[in-house]
Each structure stands twice: as structure tokens, then as C-alpha cells.
Design a protein around this ligand. Structure first.
Ligand code: SAM
Length: 478
């Protein structure tokens, strides 16, 4: 790999000759492939370690290395949100969350969240009763973020599309903020050749300054005593240690240690004049790409009243006249633990949102561009309630709500391509939930001679070909 000369020079200075040469050699090698399982949909025990003789990602309870890249696009379980393809080093966020949040329900913001690797991960790690706000400033990327979180299926999620400065009025709102900031991407050189071609010393300058602006903009939204998790996928100290030192000095934050066993082979602080705990992943020392993470705590002293716990939804929408009470309660009946959710209508759409966070939802709606919140349950068409795809993906869909039909691999791929499906004569008429390997794939409306496909048009597999060799995640009994 041809590394930019100026990158090579300053990284050699940072690491010393021996370490730098090892790093440069490793960048010419194979890139490890890793996934994170969605245990709510596919428990660890039900999935074979066939692909994963190379083992678990040590810092994530649900992360696995794969021997080979699967044909993800052609794996129905991937589209059903059973796993997320994620670079291993970045799964380290789990340690920061587990060690500092533990079992305390929290309101968390993932500020730079698309495509959703860390949001889906954080949602799995956050304790029950937490709320995750996943934000992405670039509009089309926020749609991909919403898609990935919908497939992940957790009801306690709000997706927003805002600039960090738009959060200004949400003072002290979040217990935890993750800023996985846009960076110069030095740690992605092996994975993404574009990162090499786009790298320049000028871009490093632009990046560290933008990162400080992002932190300054979002800092007021962090609760006193709250946690900031700062991460990048780059090596230089300007975007890493120096920014952490700046946050500490500018805002009086405390830089916190994370317990890390020595055999993980992480690297610590690389500035020599001062020590504070930070965590670095280098590809020649751990199986993964380059990654940097630090955890900071906002001081308690500027304690203020938190304003959003009123428990009422000031923005509560009245049901539109087109959605009847009966339709709302029919949609509610599809939910597990329905008493925990407020069923809301917006025009002809019905959604469910965790009751305990209605006040927060209202504040978010008043200040931000909310793309989606909670679980979309149905769209009303005349007297009909059309169940939404998000409901099929959701972990709160009640088992008995719809009849289910198991489909073959070929039928599953046809369904994901949004082709018409024919179900056996024994299948009931009306809305049917298609299952693949016992996991919900999506709804069809069975009219007998064919079943109308309700898979979202914009998410369909566009490729008409099937690769010769298809490698998908296997269940244990296969
Ligand atoms: C490193 S990526 C995030 C990856 C994501 N956290 C994940 O794990 O899947 C950084 C994100 O920041 C967004 N971004 C770019 N400029 C930004 C800005 N000025 N403020 C906030 N976010 C920005 C990018 O669009 C990108 O989605």
C-alpha cells in the first residue's frame, strides 16, 4: 500500500521505527471480518460457530470474527437485523458503556451516528428502560441510519437529522453522549482505499478544528456528571490526545479510565508530556482497524435542574379523525407489554413509543428534525390497518398477533427483492408474517393465488443475480 509520505513521516515519529514498520506491513495484509449478533433476535446459542473458528472479539460479548466474508446481501438473516457487520476495534465502545453506565437506565445521544454501527451496539448494551437518540447531520445518511435501527428492532430509539448546534436548547438533556466524530480516517487505510486518497495534512487540520466545534456545540446538552465518549478512527494526536486534553481543560471534564486486560494489547496515551487515560487500537497489535476512544465526565458543579421529567407529553398529538379508537386499540393489541407504550397517531400512521419517555420525545420534537421515534405499527387505509415493516422487525411484536409462514431460502430472497410470493394453500388469507429460520422477515397480504409483498420498496435487494457461492450465517443444527 502506498501511504502518503507526510502520514508516514509523522506516524513514524509518533510510534518509532519498529512499531511503524510493523503497522505499515500489517496494512498490506488481510482485513479481518467481524459481525455483532443481535441477541434479541438470534441468541448466541442458536448460531453455529462454524464461521467463527477464529473466535470472539474480546471486548464485545456479541462480537465474532468470521473466517471469510459472508455474502451479506444474500443472507436473509442480515436483512432481518440478526447481525450487523462491524469492524472489531470499534466494538470497544461496549466497555465504556458497561463500566460507566452499568444497570442505570440512561438517555443517550449518539451524535454522529450513521450508518449505525455504534448506535445498534449501544442499544443492545444500554440497560432496559433507556432511551437512545441516534442523530446524523447528512440527510440521506440519516435514512440509512433509520433503516439499520429499524431492522435492529429496539423500540426505545429516536432518529434525528440535525447539526450539533441544533441541540443548543436541550440543555442537560443527555446522561451519555457518544461523539464518533468525522475524522481523517488514518485507521481505515486498509479497509477503504478512498481514505488513503483523501488523506492530507490540511485535512487533519480541518478535522481537529471541526471536532472541537462539534464538542463545543453539544457540551451544554450533556447533564452535569454525564459521560462523553469520544472516538475517532485515526492515529494522529491532534484529533485524539490533544483534543481530549482540550476538552478536559476547556470544560473542566475528568478523563476516566476503562479497565482493560493487558492481553488485549491496546496502546495508551501517546503524548509524552502528560498522562491521562485513552485507548488506542493499532492493527498490528489487535485484530481490527485503527481506533481511538476516551471517556470523560462532565463536572457536577454546574448542576442544574433537569427540565424534561414532567412525565407529560406537551406535544401530544390528538388522534386524527381518520384513525378510530378501535384501530388504535387493534394496533396496540399487536404489542408485547402493551401497557409500557403510548400508541400515537400522526395522520394515517400509528406508532408506539415507550410511555416513560413521552416528555423527552416532546422536547426532541420541539427542537429537532425527528425522522422516526419508537415503532411504526401500521398505516390506516380506509377500514384496513396495514401492518408496517418496522413492526415485523420489532422485538415487541407479540407472537400471536399474526399468522406465520416459514419460507425457504429462495422464497426469502424473492421476498427481499420485492417479488410476488405464492404461499401454500393451507396458509391463511390476509396479513401473514413470513419467517425465515424462525426469524420474522416481513409481511405479505395473502389473497390466495398470490401474496402481495409489503417489503419496503427502497430497501429491496436490487441485484438480480445470485453469486455462485453463497455464504450465510448458519444455525447450530444445520
Ligand atoms: C465516523 S462516522 C460515524 C460512524 C458511526 N458512528 C457508526 O459507528 O456507524 C462520522 C459521522 O459524522 C457525520 N458528520 C460529518 N460532519 C459532521 C458534523 N459537522 N457534525 C456532526 N456530524 C458530522 C458524518 O456524516 C458521519 O456519518
Amino acid at each position: 500500500m502506498d501511504l502518503p509520505v507526510s502520514f508516514a513521516d509523522h506516524t513514524r515519529l509518533l510510534l518509532g521505527d519498529e512499531e511503524y514498520n510493523k503497522l505499515a506491513d500489517t496494512l498490506n495484509g488481510e482485513q479481518p471480518v467481524s459481525i455483532r449478533l443481535n441477541e434479541e433476535k438470534l441468541p448466541d446459542s442458536s448460531f453455529s460457530l462454524f464461521h467463527t473458528s477464529s473466535g470472539r472479539v474480546p471486548w464485545s460479548s456479541t462480537g465474532f470474527y468470521l473466517d471469510r466474508r459472508l455474502t451479506f446481501t444474500f443472507d436473509p438473516l442480515f436483512h432481518a437485523g440478526c447481525y450487523y457487520v462491524q469492524e472489531a476495534s470499534s466494538m470497544f465502545v461496549e466497555q465504556a458503556l458497561k463500566q460507566y453506565i452499568g444497570e442505570t437506565p440512561s438517555v443517550m445521544l449518539d451524535l454522529c451516528a450513521a450508518p449505525g454501527g455504534k448506535s445498534t451496539h449501544a442499544r443492545s448494551v444500554l440497560p432496559a428502560g433507556s432511551l437512545l437518540v441516534a442523530n446524523e447531520v447528512i440527510r440521506n445518511r440519516s435514512q440509512i441510519l433509520a433503516e439499520n435501527l429499524t431492522k435492529w428492532g429496539h423500540p426505545g430509539v429516536v432518529v434525528t437529522n440535525n447539526d450539533p448546534a441544533d441541540f443548543a436548547d436541550l440543555e442537560g438533556f443527555f446522561d451519555v453522549i457518544l461523539t464518533d466524530v468525522p475524522c481523517s480516517g488514518e485507521g481505515m487505510f486498509r479497509k477503504d482505499p478512498v481514505a488513503v486518497s483523501e488523506w492530507s495534512p490540511e485535512n487533519v487540520e480541518i478535522c481537529w478544528q471541526r471536532q472541537r466545534r462539534i464538542i463545543s456545540d453539544i457540551w451544554p446538552s450533556l447533564k452535569p456528571g454525564g459521560l462523553l465518549i469520544y472516538s475517532t478512527c485515526t492515529y494522529n494526536i491532534k484529533e485524539n490526545e490533544r483534543n481530549i486534553r482540550w476538552i478536559r481543560d476547556e470544560f473542566g471534564a475528568e478523563v476516566l479510565p476503562v479497565d482493560v486486560p493487558g492481553f488485549w494489547n491496546l496502546t495508551g496515551n501517546l503524548i509524552d508530556d502528560e498522562y491521562f487515560p485513552v485507548y488506542r487500537f493499532f492493527p498490528h497489535r489487535t485484530r481490527g482497524e485503527g481506533f481511538f476512544l476516551a471517556v470523560l465526565r462532565k463536572p457536577e458543579e454546574d448542576a442544574m435542574q433537569v427540565r424534561y421529567k414532567s412525565g407529560t407529553n406537551q406535544n401530544k398529538k390528538k388522534a386524527a379523525p381518520t384513525v378510530s379508537k378501535e384501530q388504535l386499540s387493534a394496533a396496540r393489541a399487536w404489542l408485547l407489554s402493551a401497557e409500557d407504550y403510548e400508541v400515537l397517531s400522526n395522520g394515517l400512521n400509528i406508532t408506539a413509543f415507550p410511555k416513560e419517555y413521552l416528555a423527552e420525545l416532546s422536547a426532541l420534537q420541539q427542537n429537532l428534525r425527528v425522522i422516526q421515534a419508537g415503532v411504526a405499527l401500521a398505516e390506516v387505509k380506509g377500514k384496513d390497518l396495514i401492518p408496517s415493516h418496522a413492526l415485523a422487525m420489532s422485538t415487541v411484536l407479540s407472537c400471536g398477533a399474526f399468522p406465520r409462514e416459514e419460507v425457504s431460502y429462495e422464497q426469502a430472497i424473492a421476498y427481499l427483492r420485492k417479488e410476488a410470493i405464492v404461499l401454500p394453500d393451507t396458509a391463511p388469507r390476509g396479513y401473514v408474517l413470513l419467517m425465515y429460520k424462525n426469524v420474522p422477515l416481513g409481511f405479505v397480504k395473502n389473497i390466495g393465488n398470490r401474496a402481495n409483498n409489503l417489503y419496503p420498496q427502497e430497501w429491496r435487494i436490487r441485484s438480480g443475480y445470485l453469486p455462485e457461492e453463497i455464504l450465510v450465517l448458519q444455525h447450530q443444527d444445520e
